[in-house]
Ligand binder design. Structure first.
Ligand SMILES: [Zn+2]
Length: 292
């Protein structure tokens, strides 16, 4: 059922849930969670695993995408830490976290989770401990550094655990699975990868895919550069946004990796969303450059 992996002395990660890679740090004063399983039944099981190691002190979200925040509800009473922009996004996403459409998806795809959905014991749990640039939590004898690193999303946060020589990047890193650029600022993302590379870590826990190390960051950056280059080319050929989205692209040559677990239904629509986002950003950047 689960494949929890110990990635450093006190850090545990689950890699094979449907959704992101949630993890936790164990300290002598309790547990700090990073992100949550999106499927209700996985989230309650994950909570049982975590509390075996002590009371849960904090839950930190790395980004506002549903696969990272939907499970917050199943940690009632646990203070959630996140970037100020993440709180806004959580509240905007409430229909997707508590709405009828999501319930219908669970009925179809995950019947074991339905009884937990919108259960009165599990109200929405948005971030309340907020920060702009950086927030350091002291838990037991561990420093937990939450560092704003916009890229994949604008509130994107890296959780850096110096004593563990580990960092959770959320989806600023997709290890050997397809990179989602549907709303990213790709240039900020490249800067974020540089900053992650400067952290003193042996282990990087990506948002999706196996744990890796800093040697993968160059490849992740190249995938983003490939996408930027491909869309710059479409823009420079004068294609409209809609034509650019329809234009056949050799995506395999930009990003060689398959889409992550159970996401294949999104594969083609993701390409279109990546192109649409990048088209607008490339155009805006060109307009800015011209205005200077
Ligand atoms: Zn994700």
């Amino acid at each position: 059922m689960q494949a929890m992996r110990r990635v450093s002395s006190n850090v545990f990660v689950e890699l094979y849930f449907f959704g992101c890679n949630p993890g936790f740090l164990v300290t002598r004063d309790g547990v700090v969670l990073i992100d949550t399983p999106q499927q209700p039944i996985d989230a309650v099981r994950w909570r049982e695993r975590a509390v075996e190691h002590g009371p849960i002190r904090y839950l930190i979200n790395t980004e506002p995408h549903p696969d990272h925040i939907r499970g917050n509800a199943f940690f009632p009473g646990v203070e959630v830490v996140g970037h100020t922009g993440l709180r806004t996004r959580y509240l905007e996403a409430l229909p997707d976290i508590t709405g009828a459409e999501r319930r219908a998806v669970l009925v179809r795809e995950d019947p074991d989770s339905v009884w937990l959905y919108n259960h009165p014991s599990y109200p929405p749990n948005p971030p309340t401990r907020l920060f702009e640039d950086e927030l350091t939590l002291q838990v037991g004898d561990h420093e937990v550094r939450c560092i704003h690193m916009p890229g994949h999303t604008s509130p994107q946060t890296t959780v850096y655990l110096p004593r563990e020589r580990a960092a959770f990047t959320g989806d600023n890193v997709f290890f050997q699975c397809k990179t989602f650029i549907q709303e990213a600022d790709p240039w900020q993302w490249l800067e974020a990868l540089d900053r992650i590379g400067q952290l003193d870590v042996d282990v990087i826990v990506p948002g999706h895919g196996e744990p890796c190390d800093k040697s993968y960051l160059a490849e992740q950056g190249q995938i983003i550069r490939n996408w930027i280059g491909a869309v710059e080319d479409l823009v420079s050929r004068g294609l409209t946004e809609d034509d650019a989205v329809k234009h056949p692209l050799d995506v395999q040559s930009l990003d060689p990796y398959p889409i992550g677990q159970r996401l294949f239904a999104m594969n083609e629509s993701l390409d279109a969303r990546n192109v649409r986002n990048l088209y607008r950003r490339v155009r805006a950047r060109q307009a800015q450059g011209a205005a200077r």
